[in-house]
Design a protein around this ligand. Structure first.
Ligand SMILES: Nc1ncnc2c1ncn2[C@@H]1O[C@H](COP(=O)(O)OP(=O)(O)O)[C@@H](O)[C@H]1O
Ligand SMILES: [Mg+2]
Length: 350
């Protein structure tokens, strides 16, 4: 694996975020759940990486690990996370508080969970700015107004006085982005920030995020289960399956020359005009494994039309294909002809 890392597109000195061998196991009453298994992920300054995968593949767990949001008593975390050269796992107390929001900030799918229903939007942004920068009330209020203007909320002065529930879903999402950016973070984590919105508003919020990312020079990890969204927003794609990154590369490489049978399957769902979590049956027959009972080999093997004995016994190491394109598949040499890995057309519609 170390060999594969050395060939990664992002050189360590350029990476603002470097995750190595991240393994997250949740304990509890039953068998331990291994939500992440050896995740390697880098983010360069100003880069947008889309984390793509079906529901339950570990996308949110990855982002929450960066902010150290997992319950310490019920989770075991192995591997390393460095942000701007600092070991995130060593942060304590005030340093951790400052890190959350000031260095790395996050927007969620559901703004109501991130915002406090009893305070106005203006108050929440003002408090966040004061907490992180120790500036006066009037300076913080001016920043709040500036932030609402930045996220293109109409009549921003009036909106400062609004409570979250008084806003539409799209406006609330804009307000949450304003809150996340108010303390001027350098890294933004966005966890399916548009999934709860209707299609037109989704597009507006995506465009806004992309504009802001460029305007502010943010580095961003963007979680989605929608390939079209990943293509629209990202420079690079990392495809997750059952807690592992199975393929990563530039958007161009992953979309034009997908090499993991799972990625190829996801792309065929797009080619058929389907969404991954739409009403249609998935184009990849079968379902993801139980994370408490992972198969010994490749987690995708039970659903893979190309699986051979080795796939069922041994987890594949990352194979480097050049230009930062990495694939964890024993059949990488055979998936050049991507049609070979596509599920038979007759199964796509059920
Ligand atoms: N705090 C937790 N305790 C136990 N299991 C968890 C916890 N957080 C996430 N998981 C499990 O980890 C797996 C991956 O979850 P998640 O990262 O939320 O998936 P997604 O890719 O949909 O964002 C799921 O099976 C989920 O049930
Ligand atoms: Mg999630």
């Amino acid at each position: 694996m170390t060999q594969a890392l050395a060939t990664h597109a992002v050189k360590p000195d350029e990476a603002v975020l470097a995750i190595r061998g991240l393994t997250v196991t949740f304990g509890g009453a039953g068998k331990p759940v291994r939500a992440l298994d050896g995740v390697d992920l880098s983010l360069a300054k100003g880069e947008v990486v889309a984390l793509l995968g079906e529901s339950g593949s570990g996308k949110s767990v990855t982002l929450r690990s960066i902010l150290r949001l997992h319950p310490p008593k019920r989770s075991r975390i192995d591997g390393t996370i460095h942000v701007e050269g600092i070991d995130v796992t060593s942060l304590q107390g005030r340093a951790l508080e400052a890190f959350r929001g000031k260095t790395v900030s996050m927007v969620f799918q559901e703004p109501m969970l991130a915002m406090d229903p009893v305070y106005t939007v203006g108050r929440q942004i003002t408090e966040a700015v004061r907490k992180h920068e120790g500036v006066s009330e009037s300076v913080a209020r001016a920043r709040a107004l500036e932030m609402l203007t930045l996220v293109r909320i109409p009549s921003p002065e009036r909106r400062l006085q609004a409570y979250p529930h008084e806003m539409s879903g799209g406006m609330r999402q804009r307000a949450m982005i304003a809150l996340a950016l108010a303390s001027k973070p350098r890294i933004l984590l966005a966890d399916e920030p548009t999934t709860a919105l209707d299609a037109t508003v989704q597009v507006q919020i995506l465009l806004l995020l992309r504009e802001l990312q460029r305007e502010l020079g943010l580095s961003m990890i963007f979680v989605t289960h929608d390939i079209s969204v990943a293509v629209e927003v990202a420079d690079r794609i990392a495809v997750m399956y059952a807690g592992r990154i199975v393929e990563t590369g530039s958007v161009r490489d992953v979309i034009r020359s997908p090499r993991h049978p799972y990625t190829i399957g996801l792309l065929s769902t797009r080619a058929h005009g389907g969404r991954l979590e739409g009403h249609r049956l998935p184009a990849i027959p079968g379902s993801p494994p139980d994370l408490a009972n992972l198969p010994p080999g490749c987690a995708f093997a039970p659903r893979c039309t190309l699986a051979m004995d080795l796939c069922r016994t041994t987890v594949p190491e990352a194979v480097a294909l050049g230009g930062g394109h990495l694939v964890r598949c024993h059949r990488t040499a055979d998936t050049v002809d991507r049609r070979a890995a596509m599920p038979p057309a007759t199964t796509a519609g059920g």
